[in-house]
Design a protein around this ligand. Structure first.
Ligand code: DP6
Length: 383
């Protein structure tokens, strides 16, 4: 077959979709900023890819003269070290690729000289605390790996996605996922963080009656990015260091057990406690970070409420869990104001949505959507 590099008129593309994930035991704080190695393990649930997801198309052609990327139709720079790490790691694992139909043959060593065009779309607000970077980098790494015929297993790919954004490593798997922090005693540059990977605790079928409800109370970008926020917390919050050493290791074991035994009461109380402690760490940071109040002075949230709706949602959920003769519901907030509520089943979710709509009627800025926990193929090839 004729070497593809001799002709200039071909293009090879792969499209993939990747869902976002929501941490129920949070990652907050790095021990290595470049490799993105965390100070504690974390656990998340991966959402159904049909809802909050990133779709990425990666293309290669000898006619491209530089690597370029567009996010939601706008060109963005690939010069940042996170993109460069992912591209470098994937390129170094590339293999021969042959497309018989198009008569293309790319030799392993050709990848170093070929340029890429990458187009990525989020079907949800970018950087509003809905883990857009998680879905984005997971999708980027997965689609590049497909394009370049990288043969690494998903866990190894997760260690590459991690170098784009920590939480991205968890989006490489469906269901319930743990990001193991890796061994702190090994010098990170020796292992290259290769033991800090995501592992699937249970697939989505294991506990498929859970329903995740996301109340998008603001689609504005957060003021303090997770990266900056957690760096400041590592530098200034004594609570964070207590949390990572004394609290999270026990919580991880308890959460793993709750997931294994489908014990929703434990699952919910651990998730709520961990979200609240994460936001307490943010307050313990100097200067303090207010993710949950971020929008209170700017925008009407749920239309009847002007201020601090996130706190009202927490209050409401705490009342629901304590006083109503109802099964428990979990809430969790990431580094943004949007509420993620997890109901044990569809019946409870329906009732909860009815009540939430009554107490917090939606304005045009608010979306209240319910999502069932992922379906089988979390990452699918669409191309
Ligand atoms: C609050 O993964 O976005 O959502 O690694 O710096 O890119 P970087 O941070 P990122 O942080 C996510 C923080 C969180 C908790 C979590 O997802 O575990």
């Amino acid at each position: 077959m004729e070497g593809g590099l001799n002709k200039k008129d071909w293009i090879l593309m792969v499209t993939a979709q990747s869902p976002t994930n929501i941490a129920v035991i949070k990652y907050w704080g790095k021990r290595d900023e470049t490799l993105i190695l965390p100070i504690n393990d974390s656990i998340s649930v991966t959402l159904d890819p049909n809802h909050l997801c990133t779709t990425t198309t990666v293309a290669v052609s000898p006619s491209f003269d530089s690597d370029q990327m567009w996010l939601n139709g706008k060109e963005i720079s690939l010069s940042g070290s996170r993109y460069q790490s992912c591209l470098r790691e994937i390129r170094s694992r590339a293999n021969d690729v042959e497309d018989e139909e198009k008569g293309i043959f790319i030799k392993k060593e050709d990848w170093e000289n070929l340029h890429l065009h990458i187009a990525s779309f989020n079907n949800f607000p970018t950087a509003a605390g809905l883990a857009s970077s998680a879905a984005g980098f997971a999708c980027l790494v997965y689609s590049l790996a497909k394009l370049m015929n990288v043969k690494e297993e998903q866990g190894k790919l997760s260690a590459i996605a991690r170098q784009g954004s920590g939480s991205a490593c968890r989006s490489l798997f469906g269901g319930f996922v743990k990001w193991a922090m890796g061994n702190v005693r090994l010098i990170s540059k020796d292992t290259n963080g290769s033991d800090s990977i995501a592992v699937q605790l249970a697939n989505e079928m294991h506990w498929d009656d859970l329903v995740i409800i996301i109340a998008v109370v603001s689609s504005r970008q957060k003021e303090t990015s997770s990266t900056t926020g957690m760096r400041e917390s590592v530098e200034t919050s004594p609570l964070l260091h207590y949390r990572s050493k004394e609290v999270v290791p026990k919580r991880i074991l308890q959460m793993e057990e709750a997931i294994k035994t489908r014990d929703f009461t434990s699952f919910a109380s651990l998730a709520c406690a961990d979200s609240n402690q994460f936001h307490a760490v943010c307050l313990d940071t100097s200067p303090p970070i207010f993710y949950m109040n971020d929008t209170s002075h700017r925008q009407v949230l749920f239309s009847c409420l002007q201020d601090g709706s996130q706190l009202l949602i927490i209050n409401y959920m705490e009342k629901w869990n304590r006083f109503e003769a109802m099964p428990q519901v979990a809430y969790t907030f990431d580094a943004g104001p949007n509420a993620v509520l997890i109901a044990p089943n569809r019946k409870v979710a329906t009732l909860l949505i009815q009540r939430l709509l009554f107490y917090f009627p939606p304005s045009s800025d608010t979306e209240l959507s319910s999502f069932v926990l992922g379906d089988k193929s979390i990452l699918k090839d669409a191309g």
